[in-house]
Design a protein around this ligand. Structure first.
Ligand SMILES: *[C@@H]1O[C@H](CO)[C@@H](O)[C@H](O)[C@H]1NC(C)=O
Length: 300
């Protein structure tokens, strides 16, 4: 007994179609453009791992290259050490800055005037190795140069000077200037060349060891704002809750939700929870297809 050729053909068509669907769905499962992680750091709104991810205003400033999250300004590229999402703070390091263990020349640090970042109150800068005869910091007028803080300055400079690496340069304490740049705004630029200072240290905490500069937290703490009202966009919150990554696309850079399957939606990825259930079911019964073929073949 033999099957009608038309029935055989429709079996074959069904088999091929289902196989294609399975292959496509397993490809989609790994094609998410916007990644939720960059190396060990979670990446969430407003940051993104590539073009079209996160918020467009942040896209050129925070990038993920070879699994390293990097912060970029006109003065250089800085590794991001951590992100405090609830408090909207990023912590960066500057490989050219001086610490207790390493005093090295630097050109300084600056934020872009149009960037959505500003210095966090915690951030304190110590300008080091300033030429006290010519440096504007030693005759602060409060306008063109940073105003040194005489109170905490003496303490921080004194302790930094007690570090071997710093004191090796035998610089007097007076050539060090400490200040917090908070009031100077995002256009603040620390041009060490203009200030006649050779290097700087950035600090964002004493880690409970105010008198031990080896334990201080060296780096720069920056706060960021989502937008004018600093509100977390509701659509993006829904997208992230459903396992998606927020991004943007289209001619107006409008919001998209990049789902785990690679599909973009304008709402969230809740459809995926049912969808991945059914795709698991399809994968689970995959072994049935050769069996069906075998049965058909035996009937022929
Ligand atoms: C989804 O959006 C991202 C970011 O805009 C884009 O790179 C990607 O091509 C889009 N994927 C699809 C399937 O449209």
């Amino acid at each position: 007994m033999s099957l009608h050729p038309n029935i055989q053909l429709s079996f074959a068509t069904t088999f091929v179609t289902i196989s294609i669907i399975i292959i496509i769905s397993s490809t989609f499962a790994t094609s998410q453009t916007c990644k939720p992680m960059c190396g060990p750091l979670p990446v969430r709104y407003p940051f993104g791992t590539g073009p079209g991810c996160g918020d467009p205003r942040f896209q050129t400033r925070v990038t993920c290259n070879n699994q390293h999250l990097t912060f970029t300004t006109h003065t250089g590229c800085y590794p991001i050490t951590s992100i405090d999402y609830p408090n909207q703070i990023i912590y960066i390091t500057d490989p050219s800055m001086s610490t207790c263990g390493c005093n090295q020349p630097s050109k300084g640090f600056g934020l872009d005037w149009d960037s959505p970042f500003n210095f966090h109150d915690k951030t304190v800068f110590a300008l080091l190795n300033c030429d006290s005869s010519s440096s504007p910091v030693s005759k602060s007028d409060g306008h063109n140069s940073p105003a040194c803080d005489p109170v905490s300055g003496t303490r921080v400079c004194g302790l930094l000077n007690s570090c071997q690496a710093v004191s090796r340069l035998t610089t007097p304490v007076s050539s060090c200037c400490v200040y917090a740049p908070v009031d100077l705004g995002p256009s603040f630029e620390m041009d060490l060349g203009k200030l006649n200072c050779g290097s700087y240290s950035g600090l964002y905490g004493f880690d409970g060891h105010a008198n031990n500069p080896e334990s201080w937290k060296y780096g720069v703490a920056l706060k960021y704002k989502f937008n004018f009202d600093n509100e977390y966009p509701e659509l993006c919150a829904d997208c992230e809750r459903s396992g998606g990554v927020c991004g943007y696309g289209g001619p107006y850079s409008s919001f998209i939700c990049n789902c785990r399957s690679g599909i973009n939606t304008t709402s969230d990825c809740s459809f995926e929870s049912t969808w991945s259930g059914s795709s698991r079911f399809v994968h689970g019964v995959f072994w049935i297809y050769p069996l069906v073929w075998l049965v058909i073949w035996m009937m022929v």
